[in-house]
Ligand binder design. Structure first.
Ligand code: SAM
Length: 401
C-alpha cells in the first residue's frame, strides 16, 4: 500500500491489480529520482504520474470519466454531463468552419469520445459540410474507447474519424480541446519570505515528499512575482503557485500549426491578475480520486488525476506570439448562452419529463456561477476569420487577459 494513503484514509482503496500498477509506477518514478541525483521537478513527477507509458493515469487502464464513484470513475466533464454541451458547442464551431472556409475538425484529448460523437451528429443535423474529424490524444489507451463510443452513437459518421499520433505541419480547420490544458504538467514554485523556490519531489523514508530549491533569474517567475505584488498588498509568509510551461508550449504548437481556421480551448482557470491572487496563496493543484478532490499528488500514483487551473493570460500570449489572432475569451456560461444553449434545450418537449429534467439540470450545472459557468472559460484563436463569432458577441473578456 502507498504510505501516503494515510493522509487520505477515508478514500476507497483500489483493487489489487490497480495497486500493482501504482506500485510499478512508483518504482519507476523512484528510479528516475535516483537517476536525477535525488530531486525531480514536480512537473516531471506529474508527467510520469499522468502519462508514463502503460502506467500513468491517462495512459494506463483507470476508468477516469463517469458520473459516480461506484463506476470506478474519478470526475465528470461537460461532454459526459450532457449531450447538450456538444450540441451547443457545434454552433460556434460550425460558424468558425464557415467563416474560414474550412472543412476539417481536430480534437485534442478526446476522453471517452462523447464530444466527438455529439459534434458529428450535430454537424449532420445542422447540415455543416465537413470532411474529417481527427483525434489527437496522448493516451493511446483511450483510442479504443473513443472508437466504440463513436461507432455506437454516430455510426453513419464514424468513417470520418481518424486518429493521429503526431501533429501535421499545417492544418486548415477548427481545433477543439475540452479540459486538455488543465491536464498538462505544471511546475510548482514557492515564494518564502521573498525568495523563490522550485518545488521538487524526493523519495524519503519510503515515500515521496516535496523539497524546495532556490531559483534565480527565471523570467516567468519574475512575471509572477510582479503579478502577485500588484494584485495583493499582503506580504505572504509562503505563496505556492504553478507555472504552465507545457500548456503554453502546446498552445504555441497548435497555433503555429493552424494555417487557416480557429482553435478553441475550454477549461477552468483565470486571467493572470486573478490567478496570482491572495486567495490562491496555496496554488490550484488538485487531485481527483473517485469523485473526491484532495491535495495529495503522491496518493496512489497513476490511479488519480492531478490537475491545475489554467493561467489564461499566458495561454493568450503563447497563441498570439505565433501570429494567430485572439478570437475571444469569455466564461463558459456566456459562451454557451450566446451560442444558443437555451434554444437547444427548448428542442426537448418539457412534457417528456424523462428527457427534459436531466437536460435542464445539466444546463443549470453548465451555466451556474456556483458550478461550471464562471470558473470555466473559453479561449479561442484564429487565422483568416474576419468577424466576431456570435458566441463571443457579448461579454467578451479579452481585455482582462
Ligand atoms: C481531463 S481529460 C479531458 C477529456 C475530454 N476532453 C473530456 O472533456 O471529457 C484530458 C485529456 O487530455 C489529454 N491530453 C493531455 N495532454 C495532451 C496533449 N499534449 N495532446 C493531446 N492530448 C492530451 C489526456 O490524455 C486526456 O485524455
Amino acid at each position: 500500500m502507498n504510505p501516503n494513503a494515510r493522509q487520505t484514509d477515508s478514500l476507497p482503496a483500489p483493487g489489487p491489480d490497480a495497486l500493482a500498477q501504482s506500485e510499478a509506477l512508483t518504482a519507476l518514478i523512484r528510479a528516475e529520482i535516483a537517476g536525477a541525483g535525488g530531486w525531480l521537478p514536480f512537473s516531471r513527477y506529474m508527467e510520469l504520474a499522468l502519462y508514463a507509458p502503460g502506467l500513468g493515469y491517462y495512459s494506463g487502464g483507470a476508468t477516469k470519466f463517469g458520473r459516480r464513484a461506484e463506476d470506478g470513475s474519478d470526475f465528470v466533464t461537460a461532454p459526459e454531463l450532457s449531450p447538450l454541451f456538444a450540441a451547443t458547442l457545434a454552433r460556434p464551431l460550425a460558424q468558425a468552419l464557415a467563416d474560414s472556409g474550412t472543412r476539417d475538425l481536430m480534437e485534442f484529448g478526446a476522453g471517452t469520445g462523447k464530444l466527438a460523437a455529439g459534434l458529428l451528429n450535430a454537424f449532420a443535423e445542422l447540415g455543416v459540410p465537413f470532411e474529417r474529424y481527427t483525434i489527437v490524444d496522448l493516451s493511446g489507451e483511450l483510442r479504443e474507447r473513443q472508437r466504440a463510443t463513436i461507432e455506437a452513437n454516430a455510426p453513419a459518421l464514424a468513417s470520418k474519424v481518424k486518429w493521429l499520433d503526431a501533429l501535421p505541419q499545417a492544418f486548415d480547420g477548427v481545433v477543439i480541446g475540452n479540459e486538455v490544458l488543465d491536464a498538462m504538467p505544471v511546475r510548482l514554485v514557492v515564494r518564502k519570505l521573498g525568495a523563490w523556490h522550485e518545488r521538487g519531489v524526493v523519495a524519503q523514508n519510503g515515500r515521496f515528499a516535496f523539497d524546495d530549491r532556490l531559483v534565480a533569474g527565471d523570467p516567468l517567475v519574475a512575471t509572477i512575482d510582479a503579478a502577485i505584488d500588484e494584485a495583493n498588498d499582503e506580504l505572504f509568509m509562503e505563496y505556492v503557485t504553478e507555472t504552465h510551461e507545457a500548456a503554453m508550449a502546446f498552445t504555441r504548437t497548435v497555433c503555429a500549426m493552424l494555417t487557416r481556421g480557429a482553435a478553441f480551448f475550454i477549461d477552468y482557470g483565470f486571467p493572470r491578475h486573478e490567478f496570482y491572487h491572495a486567495q490562491r496563496a496555496g496554488g490550484t493543484l488538485m487531485c481527483h480520486y473517485r469523485h473526491r478532490a484532495h491535495a495529495d499528488p503522491f496518493l496512489y500514483p497513476g490511479l488519480q488525476d492531478i490537475t491545475a487551473h489554467v493561467e489564461f493570460t499566458g495561454i493568450a500570449q503563447a497563441g498570439v506570439e505565433t501570429g494567430a489572432d485572439l478570437l475571444g475569451f469569455t466564461s463558459q456560461a456566456r459562451f454557451l448562452m450566446n451560442a444558443g444553449i437555451t434554444d437547444v434545450l427548448s428542442d426537448i418537449d418539457p412534457a417528456d419529463v424523462k428527457r427534459f429534467l436531466p437536460a435542464a439540470n445539466a444546463v443549470q450545472k453548465l451555466l451556474s456561477e456556483a458550478e461550471m459557468g464562471e470558473l470555466f472559460k473559453v479561449i479561442a484563436f484564429s487565422r483568416g476569420i474576419a468577424d466576431t463569432l456570435d458566441a463571443f458577441a457579448s461579454g467578451d473578456r479579452s481585455h482582462t487577459l
